[in-house]
Write a protein that binds this ligand. Structure first.
Ligand code: SF4
Length: 468
C-alpha cells in the first residue's frame, strides 16, 4: 500500500490482518473505508498514529498469535483498536483482560464499529479524498484474484467450532450487492473470484431464498442461482470463479453441471472445497456436522461421473475426542475410496469454549500426531498418483508470480501458476519452466511434463487472449 497517495499530513493508521480469508475480507473493507475517509495506511508501526489489529480466534495457536500481535502493536505504537473473531470472545473481555490498554475491541465484520473507534481516537481528516480509493476497494490479495464473501455467520453448531458464537447465525449478503462487488472486481482486472463464506451451500437460507434483482432480472438468493450469475459474469470478463466451503447438500448437485470444461475464456472452474472433517458416522454425529454422512461417497461418485475433471479439496480432523483406531481406519478407507485431489488435515485441538472439549475419550497428543502423519502420507500417495495421471495433458493455468528454479549455472527464472485444481495459498502449483515473460494474471495453456506429490511442471502450449 502506498501511504504517499493519501493527502499530505493525513493521519496514519497501521493495520495487522490475521486469520482466514473471511477475516481478510473484513480487513479489506476496513482499509477501504479508512482510505475513503482520507486516512493514510502506515507501512510500519513507527509511522502509525494508531494501529488496527484484526485477530483470529479459531485455534489456540491463532489466539496466541493474535495476542502477541496486539502486544507488539501496543508496545510499538501505544494506540491500538482490536477487531475480528478473538475480539468477540466474552464480549471483548478476553482481549481486555490480557491487554487492558487497547482503545477499543470489536468482533468480526464490524467495519462501522472499528471506524467509530478510529474516529474517537484519531479524528478523520477534514477533507476526505474519496476519489483516492479505487472502485473495487482496497485489496490485500494480488491484483489478479480476490475473495468474494457472500455471507457471514453460520447456522450450524459443530462441536469443535466457536465461529457461530463469534460471528453469529447466517446472514446472507443481498444478491445484487454480491454481484455488484464481483463486477467491480472484474472490471478492475481480477481474473479469479474465490467465493467464500462459512457455509456457501446455505446462501440465502436465512432470507428464505427471497428474490433479488440483478441487471433488471429477478434472481433468487440461492447458491445455484448466484453461481449461475457469477459464472456468466466472470466468463464475460475471461475470469474464473472458484467455490469454497461447500457442504454436500443435495442441491449442490445442480452446481456441478454449471462448471466449465473449457476454462480458456473463464467461468466456473470444476473445483469444490468441501470440508468433510471425518468419515465415521459416529464421529460426524459427535461433531454435529451438517449433511448426511452416509451419502457422501455416493455424492462424490455422482459428481465425478458428471464432471470428470472435478477437483475436490477437503479438510479433516483426526484425534477427535473418542476417535477409536477402527474409526481412524474408517477415515483412511474413505480417503482411499474418495480419491480427493487436495486435502488438509489437523490434529484435534481443543479450542476454548468449544462443546467438544466436554466429550469423553480425549486422544493422547502422540496418537493424534501419529494419525495425522499417517493420514497425510496416505493422501500424498493419492495426490502423487492423481497428479502423475496429468503428465502429458494440457491444462489452463492462471499465472500468479515468478520464481527462481535450479541452482548455480542451471538457475533460471520461471513462472508459477495454478490450474483449476489449485486454489491460492492452500493447494499446489504449476511451475511453468519457460514462463519468465508471462505477466501475473495471464491465462495460458501449459503442457504438463512432470509431477511430484503436490505440484506439476510444464511448458507453455499457448496463451489466451483476454476477454474485455
Ligand atoms: S459449519 Fe460448523 S465448522 Fe463451519 S462455521 Fe459452522 S459451526 Fe463452524
Amino acid at each position: 500500500m502506498n501511504p504517499t497517495s493519501a493527502p499530505r499530513g493525513a493521519p496514519r493508521v497501521g493495520f495487522v490482518s490475521l486469520g482466514c480469508p473471511k477475516a481478510l475480507v473484513d480487513s479489506e473493507q476496513i482499509l477501504t473505508q479508512l482510505r475513503a475517509e482520507g486516512y493514510a495506511i502506515a507501512p510500519d508501526y513507527a509511522d502509525a498514529d494508531l494501529v488496527v489489529v484484526n485477530t483470529c480466534g479459531f485455534i489456540d495457536a491463532a489466539v496466541a498469535e493474535s495476542l502477541d500481535a496486539i502486544g507488539e502493536a501496543l508496545a510499538e505504537s501505544g494506540r491500538v483498536v482490536v477487531t475480528g473473531c478473538l475480539g468477540a470472545r466474552d464480549g471483548g473481555g478476553f482481549v481486555r483482560e490480557r491487554h487492558p490498554k487497547v482503545l477499543a475491541v470489536t468482533g468480526p465484520h464490524a467495519t462501522h464499529e472499528v471506524m467509530s473507534a478510529v474516529h474517537a481516537h484519531l479524528p478523520r481528516p477534514h477533507d476526505p479524498f474519496a476519489d483516492l480509493v479505487p472502485p473495487q476497494g482496497v485489496k490485500l490479495t494480488p491484483r489478479h484474484y480476490a475473495y468474494l464473501k457472500i455471507s457471514e455467520g453460520c447456522n450450524h453448531r459443530c462441536t469443535f467450532c466457536i465461529i457461530p458464537s463469534m460471528r453469529g447465525d447466517l446472514v446472507s449478503r443481498p444478491l445484487a450487492e454480491v454481484m455488484a462487488e464481483a463486477e467491480r472486481l472484474l472490471r478492475a482486472g481480477v481474473r479469479e473470484l474465490l467465493v467464500i463464506s462459512q457455509d456457501t451451500s446455505a446462501y440465502g437460507v436465512d432470507v428464505r431464498h427471497r428474490t433479488g434483482f440483478w441487471q433488471g432480472r429477478p434472481v433468487k438468493t440461492r447458491m445455484t442461482a448466484l453461481v449461475r450469475e457469477l459464472d456468466a459474469l466472470a466468463h464475460a470478463h475471461g475470469a474464473w470463479v472458484r467455490l469454497h466451503y461447500v457442504y454436500p447438500y443435495p442441491h449442490v448437485d445442480e452446481v456441478i453441471p454449471l462448471m466449465r470444461d473449457d476454462l480458456a475464456h473463464g467461468g466456473l472452474v470444476p473445483y469444490l472445497d468441501v470440508p468433510f472433517q471425518h468419515a465415521s458416522p459416529r464421529i460426524l454425529r459427535l461433531m454435529k456436522r451438517p449433511a448426511a454422512p452416509e451419502k457422501v461417497l455416493d455424492r462424490v461418485r455422482a459428481w465425478r461421473a458428471s464432471k470428470p475433471q472435478l477437483a475436490l479439496r477437503s479438510t479433516f480432523i483426526v484425534g477427535f475426542p473418542g476417535e477409536t483406531d477402527a474409526e481412524f481406519a474408517e477415515l483412511l478407507d474413505f480417503l482411499a475410496e474418495a480419491q480427493l485431489d487436495r486435502v488438509g488435515c489437523f490434529a484435534y485441538s481443543p479450542v476454548a469454549g468449544a462443546a467438544a472439549n466436554a466429550l469423553p475419550g480425549a486422544v493422547p497428543a502422540d496418537v493424534k500426531e501419529l494419525r495425522r502423519v499417517r493420514f497425510m502420507e496416505a493422501q500424498a500417495r493419492i495426490s502423487a498418483a492423481r497428479l502423475a495421471a496429468r503428465v502429458g495433458t494440457t491444462l489452463d493455468v492462471l499465472v500468479d508470480a515468478h520464481a527462481h528454479a535450479g541452482r548455480g549455472r542451471s538457475k533460471r527464472r520461471i513462472a508459477v501458476g495454478r490450474s483449476h485444481a489449485d486454489a491460492p495459498e492452500i493447494d499446489g502449483v504449476v511451475r511453468i519452466e519457460d514462463g519468465a515473460s508471462l505477466a501475473p494474471g495471464s491465462l495460458v495453456r501449459v503442457r504438463i511434463e512432470a509431477a511430484d506429490d503436490h505440484d506439476l511442471a510444464g511448458r507453455v502450449a499457448g496463451e489466451h487472449e483476454r476477454a474485455s
